[in-house]
Ligand binder design. Sequence first.
Ligand SMILES: C=CC1=C(C)c2cc3[nH]c(cc4nc(cc5[nH]c(cc1n2)c(C)c5CCC(=O)O)C(CCC(=O)O)=C4C)c(C)c3C=C
Ligand SMILES: [Fe+2]
Ligand SMILES: [Fe+2]
Length: 337
Amino acid sequence: MYKFSGLDKKTGHQPRGKKGVLLMNLGTPDEATTPSVRRYLAEFLSDPRVVEIPRLVWLVILHGIILRVRPAKSAALYKEIWTDGGSPLMDISKKQQAKLQQQLSDDGINSNVYLAMRYGNPSTASTLQAMHKDGVDDITVLPLYPQYAAPTTGTVFDAIARELMKWRFVPSLHFINTYHDNDDYITALAESIEKDFAVNGKPKKLVMSFHGMPERNLQLGDPYYCFCAKTTRLVTEKLGLSNDDYVMTFQSRFGKAKWLGPYTDATIESLAKDGIDDIAVICPAFSADCLETLEEIQGENREVFEEAGGKSFRYIAALNDDDAHIKMMAGLVKPYL
Ligand SMILES: C=CC1=C(C)c2cc3[nH]c(cc4nc(cc5[nH]c(cc1n2)c(C)c5CCC(=O)O)C(CCC(=O)O)=C4C)c(C)c3C=C
Ligand SMILES: [Fe+2]
Ligand SMILES: [Fe+2]
């Protein structure tokens, strides 16, 4: 490590040689208002990794229809889940950052933890610039998506590369692309399920609901589906569940194409109709609770279940800032620090 105190006298360069951790997540609107949601969705849905249909056709649909209709609807949903700390995804991400910082320092590691979002704020570019200013030139990137997918993890890499293309001194980079089968992740999920079962009893069915994606992405080689299946297998094996005890499903469909199935809402409805009136739902693809878990699962899907005759619906929270989750993150980044 270079040992400069203050700026170098000859070059005016910053002291360098520090290592830093960069936590990344999707991003969320700054406010639960239509203009704020529109700005966020415009950036998110313009990403060619997220919507893979011919560019020109998509931009016409996006700006002609979707960005005129969806922001107001989504803003109303965000309002339902908004907290004093802002969007749950942002609030929880900040807590994760602070707790991981503390965990690393408890473990005797003197590296700063930074937080950036792929869309919206704090932006990837501005966070990388802040790291550079702090003298960090060795960056460990942890996208908080347990199962690699091109529209999530892949595009985090794009955003980092796009910024670094402008830099003269490209830092050392360590990119953690997936942790779907990491022992500590599987154990943390299994323990959170066991805790729920201990308090509320074993449900008639455990629904493991993952965020969906178009089925075409799978055919084109995206490993996401297989990684979700592996997480499901490892967690259910750890819990000693039999095939009848659980089901893997996919939620948050968007657009007209066929998405990965079975769909969460249709599954939950048919479970209730078949007399499986007591279920617990967990969403292992989400490292932090957000619109898709708090509103779509706890809100919408609960209603679907109850209207179809279901009696007991439990949502098992994301790992959020649980100690086991933070320790898992520390375990993932430590080999590079
Ligand atoms: C349009 C295609 C989409 C793909 C493919 C997709 C994949 C994907 N997304 C997540 C995680 C999150 N998605 C969230 C919200 C969200 N996702 C899409 C679309 C796609 N996602 C939309 C349009 C939205 C916005 C919500 C709305 O307006 O209804 C979120 C929550 C954000 C928040 O602010 O709370 C997360 C997290 C994963 C893991 C994934 C994997 C394939
Ligand atoms: Fe999504
Ligand atoms: Fe949704």
